[in-house]
Design a protein around this ligand. Structure first.
Ligand SMILES: *Cc1c(COP(=O)(O)O)cnc(C)c1O
Length: 372
């Protein structure tokens, strides 16, 4: 019996929740201004779209177009229909979340409980660890290779232990690498039928032609899966919170739906996501600008003598070769917010998002002054 239940003076605290590591969120604009004393802040810690969002979204939200006094559609019918058409999937296999992060929590509640096991990679996207831990599961992480890439052989070995769930991000936040066709095929092949395969494709829209469509590959593998995608990154709707899960069956979709709150996606987010999907040209154009800037930044970092992982996302992961918290603090003094990696074994690494050209220059100039 736990200590809490014996103490009459204290309510019960769920020990799994109390022991959770804190999510490492980027600093707010107000906090960054207060600390730096500067007005012009380059916010490069949260992988947001520096160009904003499509004007079609702003139009869809303008002047009372959304009935804010009504409950939102709990089934997200219009959005699921639009997504189903675009992805060639039955809408009944799609579940929309308050951000795809809500679907990570829902998958953990639906497919894990105390004593179960989850597998992911290290360095890891915080919620791929936090949500399984929150339901009492154990989490194993497969470290990246010395050349900052997926260790497919180590993943195969870990999958042989038949974890209950696999959280696999590709492109990989925070590293940036994406699995190629052979690599993903090997991981799929190594994943037992008893393991729920959760493929997190939050950065799908940014990838080059060398990166396979994971949803398509999982479909062809005829196995249980959940593929996560989001409107937060390429579509620029991070503040509205809308992402989705594409499931291999309606039964799996019903499990995710049961594990979330009923009105989880607000009405503005639903209307915005439908409008954003309709303006593919805006999204493609912003992705082209972001990936071009990313490559420019990557070269500049390498020219500073730093090790940088290859990236198929809207961010870069590099080894600052010194304490990342100190480097981040020094960058903040120059008005630049990045994400110092805090996970054991990766504490000299920093993740920086791709911003506008001016923001990226502000970052590169400040970093050069620090590491030179
Ligand atoms: C950003 C991100 C998400 C979550 O995005 P939402 O804003 O919750 O849709 C999920 N997975 C990964 C790997 C991400 O980087």
């Amino acid at each position: 019996m736990s200590k809490q239940t014996l103490s009459p003076a204290e309510p019960y605290f769920n020990p799994h929740v109390e022991a959770l590591p804190k999510y490492n969120a980027g600093l707010s604009l107000a906090a960054a201004r207060a600390v730096s004393g500067l007005e012009r802040i380059a916010r490069l810690a949260s992988n947001e779209n520096p160009y904003g969002c499509s004007p079609a979204v702003l139009e869809a939200l303008a002047n009372g177009a959304v009935e804010l006094w009504r409950y939102s559609d709990p089934g997200c019918e219009s959005l699921r229909a639009a997504l189903g058409k675009r992805l060639g999937t039955e809408p009944e296999n799609i579940v929309v979340g308050n951000g795809s992060e809500e679907m990570i929590a829902a998958a953990s509640r639906a497919f894990l409980s105390a004593g179960c096991t989850a597998l992911t990679v290290a360095p890891c996207f915080g919620l791929h660890e936090i949500e399984p831990l929150a339901v009492g599961a154990r989490v194993t992480k497969v470290p990246m290779t010395a050349d900052l890439d997926f260790d497919v052989a180590a993943l195969e070995a870990a999958l042989a232990q038949a974890p209950n769930i696999l959280f696999l991000p590709t492109p990989w936040n925070p590293v940036g690498a994406a699995l190629d066709h052979d690599g993903l095929a090997r991981v799929i092949e190594a994943t037992p039928a008893t393991t729920m395969f959760v493929l997190d494709e939050a950065y799908r829209e940014f990838v080059s032609d060398a990166v396979p469509d994971g949803l398509e590959m999982l479909r062809q593998a005829r196995r249980p899966y959940v593929v996560l995608r989001t409107f937060s990154k390429a579509f620029g709707l991070a503040g509205l919170r809308v992402g989705y899960a594409v499931c291999s069956s309606s039964r799996i979709a019903r499990m995710l739906a049961a594990a979330k709150t009923p009105f989880n996606v607000n009405a503005a987010a639903q209307a915005a996501a439908v409008a954003a999907l309709d303006d593919e040209a805006w999204m493609r154009n912003s992705v082209a600008g972001i990936t071009a800037e990313r490559e420019r930044m990557s070269k500049a970092l390498r020219d500073l003598g730093l090790r940088v992982a290859r990236s198929e996302g809207n961010f870069l992961f590099f080894d600052a070769a010194r304490d990342s918290v100190q480097v981040a603090a020094a960058l903040l003094k120059a008005g630049v917010v990045v994400k110092p990696w805090l996970e054991p074994n990766y504490q000299t690494f920093i993740r920086v998002s791709t911003g506008t050209t001016a923001e990226n220059d502000q970052f590169l100039d400040a970093l050069a002054a620090i590491v030179r």
